[in-house]
Design a protein around this ligand. Structure first.
Ligand SMILES: *Cc1c(COP(=O)(O)O)cnc(C)c1O
Length: 463
């Protein structure tokens, strides 16, 4: 066939300006593969009777280029989190403060005095940078930090109770999304689970009845992602601390999200702060760096000097430690908590959580016509809707925050919202919403860059 014979060879294509451009951007092997693939598709199309393009060389180069560009998009590229869940674990939880981003960037680019004491020129401790701030902000005697809160719990359990029993209420044996299940962590930490009480009610006498020579510690766990309501009883932390002293063992309090400030000042439900948990007498309190704290992934352990010293001596600590980048980002994040009045300006997580519904609704009103124009070709109708956001990551699980968003109604059958959602996820800066009531809802609470949203909608609306 004349048209097939007229197609250029892979070698000829690689020798053109366009081909050389592909090689420069993507490497010779990938460019060759993509050109071979694009040529094969065109050949097959011609054999099926399709009309060959006027300029086959340009067509093959364009097809190969598009395929290579798509493959080169990082799966970790920024997405727009319009799910309404602010701390979305699958979308990387907290967005960091500018100060933290700057500190992390500097630490990546330059050598830093990570384990080096600048005054004496002698070896220093890598956690010292954070320690002073943590002590100041929590009132604890000492502190240390590891990879995440799961690691903090594992390390604390292993240090304080290996080979002995950890007494814990049945109502607190939690599973946090994915692989964090308290009984499994306890087993891996080498402690023996001693559950006491019942699912809904646990009393002091239940703990006391479990005391014995095998008792290693008492564990209290924040039931982050669920709430037991109705006929319930639990032993408050100060009483647990007294019980632990009676038994001569430490009290470990896993706060989960843990907040350094009273969330009530941002219109959220009051949660015990880390400082309160410390003041209530726990020997060690553990909490996350990337939940309500709004920093990078990390796990903090704060508490009594001897307990933290023992934790630091545990050889597992070395396997769970942080690198300079995250330490730099954490230090900058913690520093912001010295000035709680300006936290909502500086910390994106709290900024999003503190936004008031009327402000978000005004934003939705402003954006709706532009969104409608961008998606007009798809026949999608855009209306402003009220919706409910949530904190996420197991923090304040039963609380929602009144919010506003764009409701996208796509024409077609029941699968239309799913197909629209797929289309919005397929653009260079994917939009991630949630499907509810047969429509795709874009909750605007976490939106900071309005132009980015419109640009993504315009891209999604193109043929
Ligand atoms: C989230 C959570 C954890 C795990 O923390 P990560 O930082 O995700 O490792 C452990 N315990 C509780 C109570 C939690 O809420």
């Amino acid at each position: 066939m004349q048209a097939l014979r007229a197609l250029p060879s892979v070698d000829a294509l690689l020798g053109t300006d366009g081909g050389r451009g592909l090689t420069e951007r993507h490497g010779r092997a990938a460019a060759t593969d993509a050109l071979r693939g694009a040529l094969a598709s065109l050949r097959a199309a011609i054999r099926h009777g399709e009309i060959p393009p006027a300029d086959p060389e340009a067509a093959v180069l364009a097809a190969a280029g598009a395929q290579l560009d798509a493959a080169a998009l990082s799966p970790l590229r920024p997405v727009l989190n319009l799910t309404g869940t602010i701390l979305h674990t699958n979308l990387g939880r907290a967005l960091l403060a500018e100060a933290a981003i700057e500190a992390a960037t500097l630490a990546m680019r330059e050598a830093v005095a990570l384990e080096y004491d600048l005054a004496s020129g002698a070896r220093g401790e890598r956690d010292d940078h954070l320690l002073r701030l943590l002590v100041e902000l929590t009132g604890a005697e000492d502190a240390t930090v590891v990879n995440n809160n799961a690691a903090a719990v594992l390390l604390a359990l292993n240090t304080l109770g290996a080979g002995r029993e950890a007494i814990v209420s049945r109502g607190e044996l939690i599973e946090i999304g994915g692989a964090f299940r308290m009984p499994d962590i306890m087993a891996r930490a080498g402690v023996i689970l001693r559950e006491v009480g019942t699912t809904n009610r646990t009393h002091e006498r239940d703990y006391r009845a479990a005391f014995g020579p095998q008792t290693g510690l008492i564990l209290k766990v924040h039931t982050s992602n669920y709430r037991i309501e109705g006929f319930t009883a639990e032993v408050a932390a100060p009483r647990l601390a007294a019980l632990a002293r009676e038994a001569g063992v430490p009290l470990l309090n896993d706060l989960g999200s843990g907040s350094l400030v009273d969330l009530a000042r941002f219109g959220l439900r009051r949660e015990p702060t880390v400082a309160e948990a410390v003041a209530e007498g726990a020997d060690v309190v553990t909490f996350s760096g990337d939940k309500l704290l709004g920093g990078p992934q990390a796990g903090f352990l704060v508490g009594r000097r001897e307990a933290i010293a023992a934790i630091n001596r545990n050889p597992m600590k070395r396997a769970l430690r942080l690198d300079k980048i995250r330490i730099a980002a954490l230090e900058a994040t913690l520093r912001l908590f010295r000035d709680p009045d300006r936290l909502t300006e500086r910390l994106p997580t709290l900024r999003s959580l503190a936004r008031l519904q009327p402000e978000i609704a005004a934003q939705a009103d402003r954006l709706a016509p532009r969104a409608a124009a961008a998606l007009a070709r798809l026949g999608v109708t855009v209306t402003v809707c009220a919706c409910e956001s949530q904190v996420g990551s197991g923090a304040l699980p039963t609380d929602t925050l009144p919010s506003a968003g764009l409701r996208l109604d796509a024409p077609g059958d029941g699968t239309a919202p799913e197909r629209l959602a797929t289309r919005l996820r397929g653009v260079s800066r994917p939009i991630i919403g949630r499907i509810a009531e047969g429509a795709l809802i874009l909750d605007l609470r976490a939106l900071t860059d309005e132009d980015a949203l419109i640009a993504s909608l315009v891209e999604a609306g193109r043929p």
